[in-house]
Ligand binder design. Structure first.
Ligand SMILES: [Zn+2]
Ligand SMILES: [Zn+2]
Length: 471
């Protein structure tokens, strides 16, 4: 920002004061405060008459264990081929110290006192930046502050002789008013306010992560007699960290691939193309399921048995080994008329009735279903259809096993005049949303005409275009 009125030590040209024989004197030299400045006013820290002990302690508590770690433990880890653990620790250490330095040495959001504002003529700039007159009405004091300002949280600082905005406060340690004042922190030897709060918050987070990485490693190195075992454990942690890292990248890539495939599937018109896309999609979804279940596996304490009912649990929590899938391609389909409540699909699978009940699961959703048959003839079979032509009622849909057959019953949605009539199992293009009852009939005719227009040839477009224009 061009105007930094709060920073009295800033080296901005318009905030510097020309005094004496052409010698440049900075504001913090002309009006010494309790703050300490260095690097031509670029850096500043809290009160000079303060004890620096807490701040020094913080630096020692971070630097001593970290340097010991990097001097003793890290070389040993690296010589054992463990790179990710010390690398990550170094990165966190650098970020934590950087953020601590930034919290200690930056302006927390100091509002200059009246004397400085008047001498530098920055009242107007401050008014623009803060949105109110910092000097207040002529000759104002805490008693004469207008009640409406007082109600909004504005206060008059008797020390700085300025009107300070809501949530700001005067820090007695630094002898300044600070914008959005949080507290004066002796451990960073600075106020924590509007301008350095994010550094402070980041520092606290990083230093906790750093402690959990450095302290156990140091303790194991210094006090554990069995160094080989400790090194093996470190290698395990390093391996799982790198695996987690790669798995996160891979799962992200897979999810992006699946999203793009689904998008392509919605746009594809040709049956052969759709079938091919569906095949690849099923394969990728199986891979994603496998990746997710292998990620979830170490976290699971007891093997879970997926229920074989229609309300099957979400596939992500199924920790049993799954895939690769053999897709079931042949099936008999009975769409049923307007008076039949179900669409039924008959899959012929030899010997399916001999499988235990939990080997078969089917996940019904409003516009899709996913049947999985585990361990039939040593293979895992799957029959999945997304983008069903009409919505189904998942809670009332089910499947049953007969000798050499699995029958899936998809419950149709019942409308005012009977059940939906289906012409195919899956919708060809993007499915149209179901028309709501309150919809204006004229609107649905118009939308039907619009669809005809979109799909029709040039002549059709011309006729419909004219009709729509007249309507
Ligand atoms: Zn003040
Ligand atoms: Zn302070």
């Amino acid at each position: 920002d061009k105007v930094r009125p709060n920073c009295i030590g800033n080296a901005d040209g318009d905030l510097e004061n020309q005094v004496g024989r052409g010698k440049l004197v900075r504001l913090y030299q002309q009006w010494p405060s309790k703050n300490m400045f260095c690097c031509c006013g670029c850096c500043m820290t809290g009160g000079t008459d303060e004890c620096y002990c807490p701040n020094m302690c913080v630096w020692c508590f971070i630097l001593v264990p970290s340097c010991t770690y990097f001097g003793l433990v890290a070389p040993k880890l690296i010589s054992n081929g463990i790179y990710l653990l010390p690398g990550a620790t170094l990165a966190i250490f650098l970020i934590a110290t950087g953020l601590l330095l930034a919290t200690c040495c930056t302006d927390p959001g100091i509002i200059p006192c009246r004397e400085v504002i008047l001498a530098t003529g920055t009242a107007d700039q401050l008014k623009v930046a803060l949105g109110y007159d910092v000097l207040g009405p002529e000759g104002s004091d805490s008693a004469s502050l207008p009640p409406q300002l007082r109600k909004q949280g504005y206060r008059f600082c008797n020390t700085c002789c300025i009107v300070r905005p809501p949530r700001s406060s005067h820090c007695s340690d630094c002898d300044n008013c600070v914008l959005r004042f949080d507290h004066h922190c002796p451990f960073v030897n600075n106020c924590v306010g509007q301008r350095n709060y994010h550094y402070f918050f980041g520092f606290i987070t990083c230093v906790m992560v750093l402690a959990t990485m450095v302290m156990p490693a140091l303790a194991l190195h210094l006090f554990n007699p069995d160094q080989d075992k400790a090194m093996k454990n470190a290698a395990k942690i390093d391996k799982s960290m790198s695996l987690l890292f790669y798995a996160m990248c891979a799962v992200g890539e897979l999810a992006a691939d699946i999203a793009e495939l689904k998008d392509m599937l919605q746009r594809a018109q040709r049956p052969a193309v759709r079938e091919e896309l569906q095949r690849v999609l099923t394969k990728l979804e199986a891979e994603q399921l496998k990746a997710k279940s292998s990620e979830a596996a170490p976290a699971a304490t007891s093997p879970k048995v997926a229920p074989a009912t229609a309300q099957a649990a979400a596939p992500a929590v199924d920790v049993r080994p799954v895939g690769p899938w053999t897709e079931i391609t042949t099936f008999a389909l009975d769409l049923g008329g307007y008076n039949k409540p179900d669409v039924s699909i008959d899959l012929r699978l030899k010997g399916v009735e001999e499988l235990p009940a939990e080997s078969l699961t089917c996940d019904f959703k409003e516009d899709s279903f996913d049947l999985k048959i585990m361990g039939l003839d040593g293979k895992n079979h799957r029959f999945v259809r997304t983008n069903l032509e009409k919505d189904i009622v998942p809670a009332e849909s089910s499947f049953r096993v007969k000798k050499n057959h699995v029958i899936i019953n998809l419950r149709k949605v019942k409308g005012e005049y009977g059940y939906d009539s289906w012409v195919d199992l899956c919708a060809k293009g993007k499915r149209k949303p179901a028309a709501s009852k309150s919809e204006n009939p004229q609107d649905s005719i118009m939308s039907m005409m619009k669809d005809l227009y979109d799909e029709g040839d040039d002549n059709m477009k011309k006729i419909i275009g004219e009709a729509m224009y007249k309507a």
